[in-house]
Write a protein that binds this ligand. Structure first.
Ligand SMILES: [Fe+2]
Length: 322
C-alpha cells in the first residue's frame, strides 16, 4: 500500500455533484495518473465506465484527504465531522500492521485478486478510522489489550472482506462495513475482567463462560454508542459467535436469521481461530487443514460462505472483482 495515496470508493465519489479532491487512477503499485481535478463536476459517465471495468476505487493524495476529513465525509456510511481530528501517525501504524497481516494471508495461499481488493477496502476503511477519533481510540484500546496487538481482528477483517468479494459482493460500502465489523468484532472484550481473558475457552467454568460470552453484547453496546456508525456494524459484532445450526451464542439463532454480513465475519473468525498461534494454541492448523476442519462441521456455517472460502484457497482462477 502506498502511504501517500488513499483509496476512495467510486460509489462515494458518485454521491457528490462536484469532485472534492484531485482523483487519480492506479496503474501500478507506485504509479498513479490524474483523472479528475478538484472542483470539476463529477463525470458520472466516466465513473460508471470505471465500475464497468471492475475498477471500484480511485485514489487521492493522503494530505488532501486528511484536510478534507476535517470537514465532513462519509465512508462505509460512517459519518465523520470536524470534531474528529485526523491522526496521520496512528493511521500509518495501523496500515503497516494491516499490511503485515495481508502478507500473512498471502503466504497462506489465498486468491491474489481477492487479496488485492481487500487491500483497497482496508485502506479506505483505515483512512476513515483515522479521521474518526472515537473509532481510532476503540481500535487502539483493543490492540493494547490483546497480546497479538489486534492481529486477529485485522486478519478477520481482511479475510471477511475477501470472502465477501469471492461471493460476488462488489458494493464498496458493503465491503467497507464488513472490514469495519471484522476489525471491531471482539471490541466487547475490552469490558471483560482480565482473569477471564487470560483463560482459554476450554478451561473456563460454566460461570466464566457466561461472562466471556457477554463480550458480544458489550461489543454491540460499545459500537452502537459510537456516533455515526451504521447498525449493520453493531449487528456483526453482536452475531459473530452465532452458528448456522443455532448452536452459537449469544442468541443461538440460526443461519437464516443472522445478517448476511455477520455470516461472513462468523466464518472468518472461526478460520482465524484455527490458523493463529497463541498461548492456548501453540500448534495452529495449516491453511488447508483449517478449511477442511470447518468443512467437517458444515452445519455450523453458511454453505455459500464456506464454498467461497474454499474457492479463495483452492482456485486462483476465481476472478475476484476489482
Ligand atoms: Fe469473539
Amino acid at each position: 500500500m502506498n502511504q501517500d495515496m488513499h483509496a476512495v470508493s467510486i460509489e462515494e465519489i458518485l454521491d457528490k455533484s462536484r469532485i472534492d479532491l484531485d482523483l487519480y487512477i492506479q496503474l501500478s503499485k507506485k504509479k498513479f495518473i490524474l483523472v479528475a481535478k478538484a472542483g470539476a463536476p463529477t463525470a458520472v459517465d466516466q465513473m460508471h465506465r470505471y465500475v464497468e471495468k471492475n475498477v471500484h476505487y480511485l485514489y487521492v493524495r493522503a494530505e488532501d484527504y486528511l484536510r478534507l476529513i476535517q470537514q465532513t465525509i462519509s465512508v462505509a456510511g460512517v459519518v465523520l465531522s470536524q470534531e474528529n481530528a485526523p491522526e496521520v501517525m496512528r493511521l500509518n501504524v495501523l496500515q503497516e500492521a494491516t499490511e503485515a497481516v495481508l502478507m500473512e494471508i498471502e503466504k497462506l495461499g489465498f486468491n491474489e485478486a481477492a487479496l488485492s481488493h481487500a487491500r483497497m477496502v482496508s485502506d479506505a476503511t483505515l483512512t476513515m478510522i483515522s479521521g474518526h477519533s472515537e473509532l481510532a481510540n476503540l481500535i487502539e484500546k483493543y490492540r493494547s489489550l490483546t497480546s497479538d496487538g489486534g492481529r486477529h481482528a485485522m486478519f478477520v477483517s481482511s479475510l471477511a472482506t475477501m470472502i465477501g468479494v469471492a461471493i460476488g459482493w462488489t458494493k464498496p460500502a458493503t465491503l467497507e462495513k464488513i472490514a469495519l465489523g471484522g476489525l471491531l468484532h471482539d471490541i466487547g472484550k475490552t469490558k471483560l475482567p482480565a482473569d477471564i481473558l487470560s483463560k482459554s475457552f476450554a478451561t473456563m467454568s460454566f460461570d466464566d463462560r457466561a461472562v466471556y460470552q457477554a463480550h458480544c453484547e458489550f461489543g454491540r453496546q460499545i459500537v452502537k454508542a459510537v456516533r455515526g456508525v451504521p447498525d449493520d456494524v453493531a449487528l456483526m459484532v453482536y452475531e459473530h459467535h452465532e452458528m448456522a445450526d443455532g448452536t452459537g451464542y449469544p442468541r443461538g439463532i440460526k443461519d437464516l436469521v443472522t445478517s448476511p454480513m455477520s455470516r461472513v465475519v462468523i466464518l472468518a473468525n472461526a478460520y482465524a481461530d484455527l490458523v493463529f498461534k497463541d498461548n492456548n494454541k501453540p500448534s495452529p492448523r495449516v491453511a488447508e487443514k483449517a478449511v477442511a476442519e470447518l468443512e467437517f462441521v458444515p452445519a455450523h456455517f453458511n454453505k455459500e460462505m464456506l464454498r467461497a472460502l474454499r474457492r479463495l484457497l483452492n482456485d486462483n482462477k476465481v476472478q475476484a472483482v476489482g
